[in-house]
Each structure stands twice: as C-alpha cells, then as structure tokens.
Design a binder for this molecule. Structure first.
Ligand code: NAD
Length: 480
C-alpha cells in the first residue's frame, strides 16, 4: 500500500496546495501507516471547478442509459476488487473482515441499483386547462457536495454519490479525515472504467477546513451531509445563507421494543447484533432496548449471556467487534460508562477484549446496562460505541412514550407477534424506518433511509434518493 495518498480531482492524483498531510492511523494498534492530503479551500475550489466543467461539457449531456452503463461498470469493478477494498477498509477503520467485506459488497450493490435506475427517472404530464399541456422534468442540481463520516465510508459514499451521479450530478466528496483510503481507491476505479474527468472528485482533509470550504462554496448546488447533529446544524446554517438545499443524515438513539409475546430466540441475536455491529459506531445502532416488564428479567439474563460471549480484538482477527476508530472515541465511551457508574446504573454484562489486542489499539468491551433512567444521558444521547441501555416498560403507551422520548428519530425495532399491535406501533413511532420482528440498521439499498427531528431530514437510499438529487421543473405549453 502506498505511503502517501492524494486528492482525486478530474481523475488525477493531486497534492494539497497546503503541502501538508494528515497521518493515517491503524485503530487496531494505534500506529501510523500512511498519509492523506490536508485539503484547503483552494483544493475544494479546484475540485468544484473540475466538477462544473465536466457537468456542463459531458456529464449532463450523457444519455441516462450511458450514465447507467458507467455506474454498472463501476459496480463490477468494485465487486472484482472487493478483496482489496476489504483489506483497505479493515485497516483504515478497524473493521472486522466480515464487516469490511460487507461494506465493499454493499458499495457494489449501490452502484448496481442506481445504474439500473438512471433511465427510469422521469417526470409526468399533468392534466390542466384546455389548450395547455403541462409536463415535469426531473433535472440534476448540477454539482453536489458530499460530506461523509468515518463509520461506513463505502456504504455512505455509495448511497449518496451513487444516487447523485445517477441523477446526473457531478460530485465533490469530502470523506472523514479518519477514513479516506477506500474512497480514494474507488475514485481510481471510476477513472479506470471510463468515468469522464471531473464527474467524481475527492478532496481529503479536516472538517473545519476542507469540509467547511465545501459547504460554503458557491459552486455547490446541493449538500449531502452525514455526520453528527452538531456539525449538521452548522452545515445547514452555512447552506441557508445561499439557500442551498441540504440532506442531513445525523445520529440516532434507536429503540428496540420487545413485548412479552415476542419470539425471544429471534430477539436476542438481533438486539445484540444491532448494537455490536461496527463496534456500535452505527447511526442506526439499536442502542436502547425497551423490554415489557413481564419479560424484563428473563430477557436481560439471556442478553447478558450473549454479551459475555462477545470477543473484541484486532480487525484482522475478524471477531465480533474490532477497535473503535480513534482514541477520542474510546474516551467518549469511557466518559459515558463512568457517568453510568456515578449514577449507580447497574451493569448486567460485558464482553472481553482478547489478550492478543495491542494495548495501543482503541478497544472497548461491549457493555449491557439495565434500569437506565429515561432522562439519563445514556438513554438520551448517542454513545456511538458498543453500549446498550435497557429500560423496562408497561404496555404500549409507555413503550411509545419511551421510544419517542429522545431528540432523535432514525430507526426503531418492534418485536411482537400481535399483528394489530405491530401496525399501531409502526404508526405511533416517530422514526424514518420501523422494523417489525427484524432489525436492519438501515436495511438494504432499496429501502429509503433517513430521520426526523435531530436525526436529520431528507431521504437517501432506494429510489427516493434520486428525487432528492434532482429538482423538478414544470413546463406549461400553451398550444390552443
Ligand atoms: P462528524 O460530524 O464529526 O464528521 C462527519 C463529517 O463531517 C466528516 O467528514 C468531518 O470531517 C466533517 N466535518 C466536521 N466538522 C465539519 C465542519 N465544521 N464543516 C464541514 N464538515 C465538517 O461526525 P463523525 O464523528 O465523523 O460521525 C459520527 C456521527 O455521524 C454520529 O453522530 C453518527 O450518528 C452520524 N452518522 C449518521 C449516519 C446517518 O445516516 N444518519 C450515518 C453515519 C454516521
């Protein structure tokens, strides 16, 4: 693997105008092994310029079916290079091999899905007054900006950039400073399969420098931001100054609601997986389990046994969990756990960090806490680590009150065999997705995904995302 990475602008490797770089750290051992460019506003400007030129001269004029063919070629290239991308992501993000591979294959699937959608995105004709015909066109925004977090670089890039390209936009991407390498490789693959120079550009760097410059750039016609609620607020404020549309995919405190009639054999693995997947660093992690009081003790006992069996270690060992992304994230989880201790919140069980895990890596044993007071920050705030908060409830009304009782509304899981209750709960829960008797952490690429309230607004994934990456023009023709 190279020891220096460059921006990808107009299909070429480009150094930063700052001449400065950022160290790439392996979370499994805390050691540096590569460098990325520390992007500047000038670098962002060069990327936006390249994107605009490509949009005006080539991309915008390509037949949708041609764009689709290019995206399909990229999908195949990603699938063919899945092993390499898996290895890159595993080391860069500390993901166990199975997770890193799943992310690479999901990226291929996003491009496949949106490749097929390119030539199926069309407007309507609208019946209007006699002598006038009305039609609508779905037009791309132009140049779209994409700010991507570190937890699922390939998946989030795929769902956002895949849809934006399919809709006919040229893209400028600012990945997270902690996780860029797989996306830089994907940009090379895009160039190799024939993407025109400028359709896809990647500028690496810090959020407050390159990210801020991207959000402020007057040449950006739409911003897709996935990240923390605090930065989401900043982005929306910046974009508001020039009335630039924004999609915000923010955090969550997603509940898994388990009624006494649920199939607990299905519940236990699903609830555990929803919080330990990617070491809990998942926006749609099921980080609260709300349990009907009649089964509170027996279910906690079963969940406790499952937590105790979990193993944490270096990404290459491919255990249940890898390390957290960086030391500050580990510190963040420790702070939550020490607050729990101070508040006297009982711990039910913890998994184990294996002896082979280097002390310099950023490991955290998955932890199950019980009787978490609904107002405590462990029941309200996103830990973004493998910590599950259990709370008891009595009846549907209290379940709904607890489920909706945070600032977030991203995903919810409902576990019950009662069909009428399934629908009542799905209607009453405020969230972008509700899973009944399963939990998908966002689900497949076909399923529209996004939040309400502090979880954000706008939808990505599925066909719905294509609407967000286009603007609708109404054309009224008076012909008599
Ligand atoms: P973050 O907000 O710190 O960073 C996200 C991205 O924004 C990074 O690329 C970062 O460099 C950039 N950024 C940071 N400050 C910026 C600024 N001032 N201007 C412009 N860009 C800036 O978030 P994070 O710590 O990387 O990711 C974790 C958060 O992301 C969690 O809250 C998680 O829930 C959320 N998330 C949400 C989803 C979703 O789909 N809803 C998916 C993944 C992560």
């Amino acid at each position: 693997m190279a020891t220096m990475q460059f921006h990808s602008i107009a299909n070429a490797p480009v150094p930063s105008s700052s001449g400065r770089t950022i160290a790439v750290i392996d979370p499994s051992d805390g050691a540096q092994y590569d460098e990325i460019q520390r992007g500047t506003p000038e670098d962002i400007d060069a990327a936006v310029h390249a994107a605009r030129q490509c949009y005006d001269a080539v991309w915008h004029k390509l037949a949708p079916a041609e764009r689709g063919r290019l995206l399909m070629r990229l999908s195949h290239a990603v699938a063919e290079n899945a092993s390499e991308l898996t290895a890159i992501e595993q080391r860069d993000c500390g993901k166990p091999t199975r997770q890193a591979r799943a992310d690479a294959l999901a990226l291929a699937r996003y491009f496949e899905f949106y490749a097929g959608a390119c030539d199926k995105l069309h407007g309507e004709t609208i019946p209007y007054v006699e002598g006038t015909s009305v039609l609508t066109w779905r037009e791309p925004h132009g140049v779209t900006g994409h700010i991507v977090p570190w937890n699922y670089p390939m998946q989030i890039f795929g769902r956002s950039v895949g849809a934006a390209l399919a809709a006919g936009n040229a893209c400028v991407v600012k990945p997270a400073e902690d996780a860029c390498l797989s996306l830089l490789r994907v940009a090379q693959l895009a160039a190799e399969v024939g993407f025109p120079a400028g359709a896809l550009n990647i500028v690496t760097g810090y959020g407050h420098e390159a990210g801020d410059a991207l959000a402020r750039h007057p040449g950006i016609d739409h911003i897709s931001f996935t990240g923390s609620p605090g930065v989401g607020t900043l982005i929306q404020q910046i974009a508001a100054e020039r009335h630039c549309p924004v999609t915000l995919e923010l955090g969550g405190k997603s509940p898994q609601i388990v009624f006494a009639d649920a199939d607990l054999d299905a519940v236990v693995p699903a609830v555990v997986n929803a919080i330990v997947q990617n070491a809990g660093q998942t926006c749609s992690a099921g980080s609260r389990v709300l349990i009907e009081r009649a089964i509170y003790e027996p279910l906690l006992e079963r969940l406790g046994r499952a937590f105790e069996a979990l193993r944490v270690g270096p990404a290459a060992m491919d255990l249940d969990l890898g390390p957290l992304i960086r030391q500050s994230q580990q510190q963040r989880v420790w702070d939550f756990l020490s607050d729990a201790q101070v508040a006297g919140i009982p711990m039910v069980a913890q998994g184990t960090v294996v002896d082979l895990a280097p002390e310099t890596g950023f490991y955290q044993a998955p932890t199950l806490l019980r009787d978490v007071p609904p107002g405590h920050r462990l029941a309200q705030e996103e830990v973004f680590g493998p910590v599950l908060a259990a709370l008891p409830f009595e009846g549907e009304d209290e379940a709904v009150q607890l489920a909706n009782g945070t600032a977030f509304g991203l995903v919810a899981g409902v576990w019950t065999r009662d069909g009428a209750r399934q629908l009542r709960m799905a209607r009453r829960i405020r969230a972008g997705q509700v899973f009944i008797n399963n939990y998908g952490a966002g689900g497949g690429v076909e399923l529209p995904f996004g939040g309400v309230r502090s979880s954000g607004h706008g939808r990505e994934k599925g066909f719905e995302a294509l609407y967000g990456f286009t603007t609708l023009k109404t054309v009224a023709i008076r012909h008599g």
